[in-house]
Design a protein around this ligand. Sequence first.
Ligand SMILES: Cc1cc2nc3c(=O)[nH]c(=O)nc-3n(C[C@H](O)[C@H](O)[C@H](O)COP(=O)(O)OP(=O)(O)OC[C@H]3O[C@@H](n4cnc5c(N)ncnc54)[C@H](O)[C@@H]3O)c2cc1C
Length: 324
Amino acid sequence: MNQHTYDVAIIGGGAAGLSAALVLSRALRSVLVVDAGRPRNAPAAHMHGYLSRDGFPPSDLLASGREEVTRYGGILLEGRVTEVLPDGRTGFWALVDSGQRIAARRVLVTTGLRDELPEIPGLRDRWARDVLHCPYCHGHEVRDRQLGVIGDGPAAVRYAQIVRQWTHDLVYFTPPDVLTQAERAGLVARAIGVVEGDIEQLVVDDDQLRGVQMADGCVVPRDALFVPPRFVPHSDLLAGVGCDIDDAGWVTADPTGRTSVPGVWVAGNVVDPRAQVITAAGAGSAAAIALNADLVEDDVASAVRDFNRGFSPSPTTRPAHLTL
Ligand SMILES: Cc1cc2nc3c(=O)[nH]c(=O)nc-3n(C[C@H](O)[C@H](O)[C@H](O)COP(=O)(O)OP(=O)(O)OC[C@H]3O[C@@H](n4cnc5c(N)ncnc54)[C@H](O)[C@@H]3O)c2cc1C
């Protein structure tokens, strides 16, 4: 028996992937979402800034999304895709760690990114609790408290100036001898404390951050810290199938998520580190609409081919598995 070929295999079932799956399954496309179940914001108790869902546990948003996708016939599969391969025609195989091989006309990769944190004792344990990365996500919850920013370089100074929006009591921790005169002047002018030196560890007591201990033993009391992570996209599958990747490891794609490999698309944090949940979902939706148009072009070409060979037009484009 021939294996079913999905219109679209979506790799990654976070906000971007599920949103794309919803749009495509509502467009009567056959869709399979393979998800390894580790969305980036899983450690956070609440999700903020998503209109109409502010304060939701992140897992609740995805549970609703999965329910909506299956309601329209989308198929969900738990697992990790280990490789994407061209099938030798115009489609692809996605190999899943369970040993399954998924056939699809198009592939949408929405695998997100990994946050790499500086190696400071105690930091990772407090991640998404009182060590935070995004003031737009969590700044309001710690507003007016004693906050710190740990950083190194011009981007971190700009980030500290943004965090200043949420508190009058901010300290910028940075290694010695890296601040320029202009950066220092900007920090001082907005009453941002500057602590230059090496950090020994975070001080935690009673399951709460208390401060930052410097190498000289001095402890600077802080309630929460903002730390800009290094964003590392989960782009191995994209590199493996031959997509153009820039020097920093990010896949290149057009605004709809179309990569350099025909038939392979991307959306969400895997291509855009700035995407919040709502914008990742929006990018998934936009990619789905562009992907459907691409599939329609294919459908037209094959219908014309069939018609010219004397086959009568098919009465419906609805995939067999969705026919009630
Ligand atoms: C601690 C923290 C808190 C945050 N809080 C907020 C907030 O309050 N509001 C907000 O808007 N944003 C927040 N964000 C950002 C938010 O996490 C991202 O915007 C969002 O997760 C991006 O969605 P995505 O679908 O691109 O990726 P993800 O949500 O990361 O989903 C990717 C999915 O792909 C899966 N996957 C990866 N590789 C494979 C593979 N090979 N095969 C199969 N599946 C795979 C992963 O397991 C995961 O389930 C926060 C981020 C962090 C780190």
